[in-house]
Design a protein. Structure first.
Length: 318
């Protein structure tokens, strides 16, 4: 059976009125014991990239929602020049819209989130994040350049922190697609990425204040609302999601039990995996069962390839 026979296009509205597009795989009957999974994408990766993984989860008993952030794919306007969107919008408004859609269309069902790259950061920004029951992350972090893999760091710095902001200023958005890098990207997102510091609250919306405090400081507090257990998976050959980068993000989720699991390509007998390939269907038999086991049980199988780098089951001081 093809994805086209299983998936249904959906439209949802963010809190500020922006319409977002995506797809849902639904079993069509209310079942309080069945979880619905929201997949939150990497920066400027179309939600359709995750369709095969979504179908896999559906065929294993879940309802699944994928969606595009504003400015991307199914949620792209006619023109990106001058289109207003940043990373905060993607989490605070867009992921939140998907969570609210899940609550409305799948009432009484637990909500889990699968997050790729910046999708993990978006979780902390979503006002409805306390409704999430379980979180599975792959390569989730934000783009602080000192965390990049050492052998790739110089090239990545030039690409994302010099070339990207220059082209964004010239075009009014980042024309990534014509470079073959990713989807075209709103200027605000490119700006956040290119200037990200060690702590995101020192970077995003630096000139916006609420009650005498930077908006980003209020956003940092929102991460504390997440209480769902997190399994954050890192790949040894991922130059974005390095151990330092993943831990930098996990430190914000102080109210959640956090597990940082790392895998090497050699653990499953392949030469490379990198930042994106986890969701490619060639890993359906070797990697996807790890996500499935966590989403079903909240437990990492004892015989699973890889190793636990860090584990925190205590709630840290706020």
């Amino acid at each position: 059976m093809s994805n086209e026979q299983l998936e249904t296009p959906i439209r949802m509205q963010a809190a500020d009125g922006v319409t977002l597009g995506g797809f849902v795989w639904s079993h069509g009957s209310d079942c309080a014991g069945r979880a619905v999974i929201v997949i939150s994408a990497a920066t400027s990766v179309r939600c359709r990239y995750y369709s095969r993984f979504a179908k896999y989860l559906y065929l294993n008993g879940f309802d699944v929602i994928i969606y595009d952030y504003r400015g991307i794919g199914e949620s792209r306007p006619k023109s990106l020049r001058g289109f207003q969107a940043d990373w905060v919008d993607w989490g605070e408004k867009d992921l939140d819209a998907a969570l609210r859609y899940a609550m409305r269309e799948f009432p009484n069902q637990p909500i889990h989130v699968v997050a790729h790259s910046i999708g993990g950061f978006a979780i902390g920004l979503a006002p409805s994040n306390r409704q999430i029951k379980r979180i599975f992350m792959v390569g989730s972090q934000y783009a602080y350049w000192r965390d990049y893999g050492p052998t790739h760091r110089s090239r990545m710095y030039v690409k994302w922190h010099i070339v990207m902001p220059i082209l964004t200023k010239l075009f009014g958005y980042f024309p990534a697609k014509r470079l073959g890098w990713m989807e075209d990207t709103p200027a605000g997102v490119a700006r956040d990425w290119s200037r990200m510091k060690a702590q995101f609250e020192d970077t995003v919306r630096p000139d916006v204040f609420i009650g005498g405090k930077r908006e980003s400081e209020w956003l940092r507090q929102r991460f504390l609302e997440v209480v769902a257990p997190i399994l954050a998976v890192g790949l040894d050959d991922d130059p974005h999601g390095t151990p330092a980068a993943i831990d930098r993000l996990l430190r914000y989720f102080k109210s959640s039990p956090r597990h940082h699991w790392t895998l090497s390509p050699s653990d499953i007998g392949v030469g490379s995996i990198g930042h994106f390939a986890f969701f490619h269907d060639r890993f359906q038999a070797s990697l996807w069962p790890l996500a499935l086991a966590w989403l079903e049980t909240g437990i990492v199988p004892s015989d699973w390839p890889g190793r636990l780098l860090k584990y925190s089951n205590s709630v840290e001081g706020r």
